[in-house]
Design a protein around this ligand. Structure first.
Ligand SMILES: Nc1nc2c(ncn2[C@@H]2O[C@H](COP(=O)(O)OP(=O)(O)OP(=O)(O)O)[C@@H](O)[C@H]2O)c(=O)[nH]1
Length: 367
């Protein structure tokens, strides 16, 4: 039975800001439903108070109704209001019905923690103020009827009510600001973990993850996707000749050129030192090879930060039943061939890792 209340909502994972609200709603509904069920049965069969049993049955109906509806829709905002209104009206109805006697006013102290947490600071303050005002009025009425309760009781209630509202406002504010800071920090950490610091592109870890997600999609085979591994030729020479800082600058500028010149890119990453990976979506092998060769020519014919260099590219398309490793291996085989063919070269692998074309005889299309 508990699994009914403790249903995990995929849209509210543990780190979601509403996760604990869903828990409080579920717990509250569990307790109120059980509570009303027991009261209905007791009043029906033990005390024979049929009218009160009817009211309890109505409470049971409301509580169970919200519970079923919440489990179906997972609408936290509406459920928060429904539970808040149910609990506030229950407590107030009870306190008023017994005229505030039998220390029933203590029940009102439950209202701030519930309302602040479920409907926020402003509505929490309003609900709490109304509840404590009603309690104060009941104490005032008692004071009119008997001399045993002095004005001190009234003041105590007002002071406690105010203190509750102020403390819960403070508590909710600090909770909210802590959550906001934590969320921003998490985003910053996530960005750092996924990004290559030098070029601002995705890093290898993020690329591999995104690629595995892409491959897992059922419709990735309906339109062709190309993977390019692009490597700067003899990059060590650039470092040795001009120094590492210039080498860094070349990598940064090259990353910008990649982003600018590769049409339809779905993902670009710095995969390792001077190695870059690119996924081109909606791109056939022919079109991918053409784009890769255009890039190769552009780099060969221009200088970047006044340094002339060339690149080699290996290419493969995503096949049915591919894995990240298999796909990368095919593109890497093609890159290896491009390097072995003297560099400044584009090579393409077919689905069996056989290199089927290279830029010296690409001429814009693959035979
Ligand atoms: N400036 C700079 N150099 C880097 C960085 N990461 C890797 N490298 C250098 O990149 C060079 C890669 O050298 P190799 O793997 O031998 O490759 P290559 O010289 O490009 O030769 P081929 O790939 O075979 O054409 C090494 O000298 C690394 O020090 C970086 O972030 N900045």
């Amino acid at each position: 039975m508990l699994s009914f209340w403790y249903k995990e909502f995929p849209q509210y994972p543990k780190d979601h800001k509403d996760f604990w609200r869903t828990r409080l709603i579920a717990h509250s509904l569990l307790i109120t439903t059980c509570y009303f069920l027991v009261l209905t049965l007791l009043n029906l069969f033990y005390f024979a108070s049929y009218e009160i049993a009817l009211i309890d049955a109505f409470g049971l109906f409301i509580s169970l109704g919200i519970c079923i509806w919440f489990n179906k829709t997972a609408n936290v905002n509406v459920a928060s209001w429904a539970v808040t209104l149910m609990i506030v009206s229950l407590i107030l109805m009870f306190v008023i019905s017994v005229g505030g006697h039998a220390h029933s006013l203590f029940w009102a102290t439950l209202i701030p923690p519930f309302t602040f947490f479920l409907v926020g600071r402003n509505w929490g303050s309003i609900f709490s103020a109304v509840a404590f005002a009603i309690c104060a009025y009941l104490v005032y009425l008692q004071q009119q009827q008997t001399v045993t309760i002095g004005l001190g009781s009234l003041f105590n209630l007002i002071e406690v009510g105010l203190a509750h509202i102020l403390i819960f406002r403070f508590y909710e504010k600090t909770r909210f600001s802590a959550y906001t800071r934590l969320s921003i920090r998490n985003l910053e950490i996530q960005h750092l973990a996924e990004t290559d610091k030098l070029t601002g592109l995705y890093n290898r870890q993020k690329f591999d993850f995104e690629l595995s997600q892409l491959i897992a999609k059922n419709d990735v085979f309906k339109t062709p996707h190309c993977l390019l591994i692009c490597d700067i030729d003899h990059f060590k020479n650039i470092n040795d000749t001009y120094g590492h800082l210039v080498g860094d600058n070349v990598l940064t500028e090259f990353a910008k050129i990649l982003k600018k010149r590769m049409r339809n890119y779905a993902l670009i990453a710095r995969w390792g030192g001077e190695e870059f990976t690119i996924i081109l979506s909606n791109t056939s092998l022919n079109d991918g090879a053409k784009q890769a060769d255009d890039l190769r020519k552009y780099i060969a014919e221009n200088t970047i930060t006044n340094i002339a260099f060339t690149i080699s590219i290996g290419l493969a398309t995503i096949q049915k039943d591919d894995t990240v490793l298999k796909l990368l291996e095919r593109a890497d085989t093609a890159l290896y061939r491009a390097k072995n063919n003297g560099r400044n070269n584009v090579c393409v692998s077919d689905k069996d890792s056989t290199v089927i074309a290279q830029s010296t005889y690409l001429n814009g299309s693959i035979a």
